[in-house]
Each structure stands twice: as C-alpha cells, then as structure tokens.
Design a protein around this ligand. Structure first.
Ligand SMILES: [Zn+2]
Length: 300
C-alpha cells in the first residue's frame, strides 16, 4: 500500500496557543485544588465505539453496571464524605437512565455535557455538531440542566468543538492534558475560548481498573493506584496547583475500586490545604480573578 501521509501541512507552532496559566490564588485558606469529576457514559461508552455493540449484551452490561450499582454506590460515598462533584453525562445516558441522572442532580452535584452518543470527535467529523446539540437537548429535556461545563467523549478535541462550545455558552471545558492550573483557551482566530480545567491523566480510573473484550488492559491493585494518586496529589499540592479526576461509575463503582477511591478521598480530605470541589466552582474562582482590575481579586 503506498504511503500517502504528508507532514507538509503540520503547522510550525504549538498546537495549543493559549497563554500561560495564570497563578490565581485558590479561595479561603486553600493552597491547592482538586476538581472532583466523574464521567457517566453508561452503555454509550461501548456503542460510541461501535453501534453493533448494542446487541452484544455482555459488552453492554459493563455500562449497565453504572445505573444498577456503580452510580448509587458513588453517590452514597460522596454523601458519606460530604463532597460535591461534577458528573459529565452523555445525552444517551440521560435518555436511557433518567432515574440515575436525576439522583445525581438531587444529591446536589453539578451536571456537565459529555456528548450524546459518546463519539470521539475527529477533525472534519460530520457528527461533531450533532453530538453537541443533542447532548444539550437531552440534558435540558430530561434534567432541566443547561450545563456550564463540557468534557469531550474519549478525551479528544478539535477546533470546531472549541468554537461551537463557546458559541453555545459553555464556560469551561475539561479535557486537555497540558497543564496543572486552569487557563483560558485561545481559538485559532485569536479570540478567547472557554476556561480549561486540565485533566490529570493518572486519575483516569479506566486506565488501571477496567478490562473487557473490546477494551483489554491490565488491572492494577489498590496499593499500586493509591500510591500513584497520592504522589500526584502531594506533588501538585507542593506546586500550589490542581488535579482533575476522570472517574467512571462502571470502573470506580465496583467493590475493589470503590474501596480504593474511598481511601484516596479520605486522604485528600485530610489535606486541609486542598480545595475539593466542582468544575463550576473552580471556573467561578478563575472568572472572579480574571475580572479583577489587577487580575488577582482578593481571595477569602
Ligand atoms: Zn466518557
């Protein structure tokens, strides 16, 4: 097969041209932050890869675990620990599992946008706009929610998305892997985009905790992951920066993983310098400082 790839069109500048993340202070007595967030994909984690999975009932059952067990268990844990989080929910999950999603809302957590069918956005993909529109529509119709935050399904992003999300009024996005503090996107035309709350890769529980026929991986035990999560957290606290979790009820809602998460969150809560909160709160903190005349509003 002839090699048709060409690198002649690769731009000679950074892919992300956003300026450096400003060192805005965290509120009150906090000197670091944790954006505690979950992604509710349910079965759309699987049909998003291949619609034919809809008829592969065991593959689907990994996602079905979220409504039956995983999400209720996580909600219970968050209530016990008195923590509020952000749940990025696919439109499909809101349509197929309204009771599960209503329970998230009822418990006082923030609901964010996570696409509709959980399709990986690829440049030029004709589904990108429909994914965004349908996601908004389902969250509004099922939950009465107009989301402020967005996390890209399968963690991929395109310029078309950045422009569309800004035009739809999204305040913050949380998908990029390139910083440890919030920053504001700069679109290709030079105008400001959404606030980015960058993701901490090691806090994606799927990487260490779920293996299935169509997503084969190694599963790591509690001690291994806890050690990694604590080290990332402690070093980030030393930096005065932020970590962002990417947890999934079909992973972290399973018994051994829940035990791990409980232990980790208890440890995080024992760090009195750490602000554990939602994306909306972190974005509000950013906005307040950005709007201040000297760019650093008083924190209290
Ligand atoms: Zn997802």
């Amino acid at each position: 097969m002839p090699d048709t790839k060409s690198w002649a069109g690769v731009p000679l500048h950074p892919a992300n041209t956003a300026g450096p993340a400003p060192a805005f202070p965290w509120p009150a007595t906090f000197s670091s932050a944790m954006f505690l967030s979950f992604d509710i994909d349910a079965e759309s984690a699987w049909t998003g890869k291949d619609p034919a999975h809809a008829e592969r009932l065991i593959t689907m059952s990994y996602g079905g675990f979220e409504a039956r067990v995983g999400t209720p268990k996580l909600l219970e844990l968050l209530e016990q620990l008195d923590l509020k989080a952000t749940f990025f929910i696919t439109g499909w999950a809101a349509d197929a599992h309204p009771a599960m999603c209503e329970a998230v809302l009822r418990a006082g957590h923030e609901v964010g946008h996570h696409g509709y069918h959980h399709l990986m956005p690829d440049p030029g993909d004709p589904h990108i706009e429909a994914e965004i529109e349908m996601g908004f529509e389902a969250l509004k119709r099922r939950l009465g929610v107009v989301p402020k935050g967005y996390r890209a399904p399968v963690g991929e992003f395109t310029e078309q998305q950045r422009v569309s999300l800004k035009n739809h009024g999204i305040i913050y996005t949380s998908s990029f892997r390139d910083d440890v503090r919030p920053y504001r996107h700069r679109l290709a035309d030079g105008t400001p985009g959404t606030i980015e709350l960058p993701v901490t890769s090691s806090y994606d529980d799927w990487m260490h905790g779920l293996s299935a026929r169509f997503s084969p991986r190694s599963i790591f035990p509690k001690e291994h992951v806890l050690s990694m999560w604590k080290d990332d957290l402690d070093e980030t606290r030393d930096w005065g920066a932020m970590v962002t979790t990417v947890l999934h009820p079909q992973v972290s809602g399973r018994p051994m993983r829940l035990r791990l998460l409980r232990e980790f969150l208890r440890y995080a809560k024992s760090c009195t310098d750490l602000w554990i909160t939602t994306g909306e709160q972190i974005a509000d903190n950013f906005l307040a400082h950005e709007a201040a005349p000297d760019g650093t509003a008083q924190s209290e």
